[in-house]
Structures are given as structure tokens and as C-alpha cells.
Ligand binder design. Structure first.
Ligand SMILES: [Zn+2]
Length: 70
């Protein structure tokens, strides 16, 4: 993989993430917010999830982040 391939891949990943987040944010905007909110989208993090894992991301944002890191 040369440098420009890498840059293209990075740009693509960034665009994918932005698209996914934008979709997620608009979905979350119509729901009421919990007291603990996702650092990425501002959506609520369920209490059960907060108890199980120490996280600042909701399930969907966590998944997006993990997919991009892999
Ligand atoms: Zn989120």
C-alpha cells in the first residue's frame, strides 16, 4: 500500500464515520436524553450498559469506533 492509497483509505474511513454519526445523531435527536450521554453523539447510554462497561460511548458509536480501529 503506497502513501496515496493510505490517504484515500483514511479519507474514506473518515467520511464513513461522519455519515454514520450524522445518521445516528438525527435518530438520537428525536429521543429524550438520559442523564449520561454519549460523548460522540450526545445520545443516552443505557444504565445497564454503564454498569456493565465503563464507557462514554453508546452502543452504536462504540461499534463505529471499533470497526474503524480494526
Ligand atoms: Zn453515540
Amino acid at each position: 500500500m503506497n502513501e496515496s492509497d493510505f490517504e484515500r483509505a483514511a479519507l474514506f474511513a473518515e467520511r464513513e464515520r461522519d455519515n454514520a454519526l450524522a445518521k445516528h445523531k438525527s435518530a438520537m435527536a428525536s429521543q429524550c436524553k438520559g442523564s449520561d450521554t454519549c460523548q460522540d453523539c450526545g445520545g443516552p447510554i443505557p444504565a445497564a450498559r454503564r454498569a456493565a462497561v465503563n464507557t462514554v460511548f453508546c452502543v452504536e458509536c462504540q461499534g463505529i469506533n471499533e470497526r474503524l480501529r480494526a
